[in-house]
Write a new protein. Structure first.
Length: 423
């Protein structure tokens, strides 16, 4: 059972769904209904040529969505169980669906396969480079990048992004097979006590979806709609994390940096999402953005695009991506596009350690702009090692099939310890 809910779920889970189908497994595609409009869900499902078998049709606030997923998916699993079926939920990453659906599965005695398991936020050791507790003093971007490339300069323990770091930790406890994207994630899982023989480093399935999109990029019409992007030399901004969009200081700092870049003549694409729009209105910035649209012909302000092929066709040509997204950090690594992460830390810190990503704490507009300017078409960053593999869906299903040869995904303690009881 492949669980999807949000746009990143669809991108990363559909390759696994198709791999399971190709091998002849009985597989259901279960959509929670969390992202239900054309731009965030419908268009991409059509693009990928899939149709959900089940839609849980969840709606409401976060607590309501969580309870509805647990209740409705739990009921579905209970029906299958009553008919003698064994279900294997594949949940993805740090989503609300991963947390709630794995909980529902565990209540029925079905452990999950956690795709993108073990992602944990690390935060640079700001105390090592700042003399003041009340402020963060970032050195020049080149020095800061070198600092962040050293593993010993990172610390664990952050609860941001919220609620994603809560979600991934909860999902882990109900997981029978942990599919970790990189070795660093495997280290996190081992340190938390998960069984070594049920953790596999397979890469990230976003690489499969992205490489397919690159193959189809020539069919994209995105440059007909946005000709300004055709020659590259632009920065893509994406700001949607709750911690950024609920904090006036953070959100205004990011927008101030954007304003100075526009004044300097930099071409900019701002992708607008629900949380982005809410923050613009919450902090009284609608007139500022409207003025940018009138004043700067090199400013593109657009809703999220429904087709993944369009996103990749455009981003292949970007000079830099400034984002608070987790998936965008991965995608920029695969594409070889410099990434600036608008957070205090990262749950994809391996990409910063590899040199292709730089953290830009969202509290100082001058520092944010300086880091983006440094990253702009930075050749060293473009040459950073690719971290997320290839044929990831195939490797992932191989791991699950090997486990199923020996038993089930859900494992009791006597099975884990290899104790044979008397009949």
């Amino acid at each position: 059972m492949i669980l999807i809910a949000t746009k990143p779920d669809i991108i990363k889970q559909v390759p696994l769904y198709k791999e399971l189908q190709a091998r002849g497994h009985a597989v259901f595609l279960v959509h929670t209904g969390q992202h239900y409009d054309e731009n965030l869900s419908g268009g991409m499902l059509k693009e990928f040529g899939v149709q959900p078998d089940v839609n849980l049709n969840v709606r409401g606030g976060m607590h309501e969505v969580v309870s509805q997923i647990i209740g409705r998916f739990g009921w579905l699993l209970g029906e299958l169980k009553s008919r003698g079926k064994t279900a294997i939920p594949y949940v993805h990453g740090d989503t609300t669906t991963a947390m709630a659906a794995s909980n529902a599965g565990y209540c029925q005695g079905f452990a999950s396969v956690h795709v993108e398991a073990g992602i944990r936020t690390l935060t640079p050791a700001y105390e090592a480079i700042s003399d003041q507790r009340s402020a963060i003093s970032i050195p020049n971007p080149a020095v800061w990048r070198e600092f962040c490339m050293d593993r010993k300069n990172w610390r664990r323990g952050s609860q941001e992004p919220f609620p994603e770091q809560f979600n991934t930790r909860c999902a882990e406890a109900a997981t029978g097979i942990h599919l970790a994207p990189v070795e660093l994630d495997r280290e996190f899982l081992l340190s938390e006590g998960y069984a070594e023989d049920r953790i596999a480093v397979v890469g990230n399935s976003v690489a499969d979806a992205l490489n397919d999109a690159k193959t189809n990029a020539a069919t994209s019409t995105v440059f007909d709609r946005f000709p300004l992007l055709k020659d590259g030399e632009f920065v893509r901004f994406c700001i949607h994390r709750r911690e950024n969009c609920m904090s006036k200081r953070r959100f205004v700092s990011i927008l101030d940096a954007m304003g100075t870049l526009l004044e300097a003549g930099r071409t900019m694409l701002l992708i607008s999402l629900f949380q982005t729009e809410a923050a613009i209105d919450r902090f009284g910035l609608r007139s500022t953005v409207d003025e940018w649209k009138k004043r700067y012909p090199h400013f593109i302000y657009s809703p999220v695009w429904p087709l993944y092929t369009d996103v990749i066709a455009a981003m292949e040509r970007a000079a830099v991506c400034a984002t608070d997204s987790g998936s965008m950090q991965e995608e920029m690594n695969v594409l070889g596009v410099p990434c600036v992460t608008l957070r205090f830390g990262s749950d994809r810190s391996e990409s910063a350690m590899g040199g292709g990503n730089i953290i830009a704490p969202p509290v100082d507009a001058t520092a944010i702009r300086a880091i983006i300017e440094y990253a702009w078409d930075n050749e060293e960053m473009r040459r950073a090692p690719k971290l997320y593999g290839s044929d990831v869906s195939r490797k992932s299903v191989d791991v699950v099939e090997e486990v199923l040869k020996k038993g089930s995904v859900f494992r009791n303690e006597d099975e884990r310890l290899g104790i044979e009881g008397r009949q």
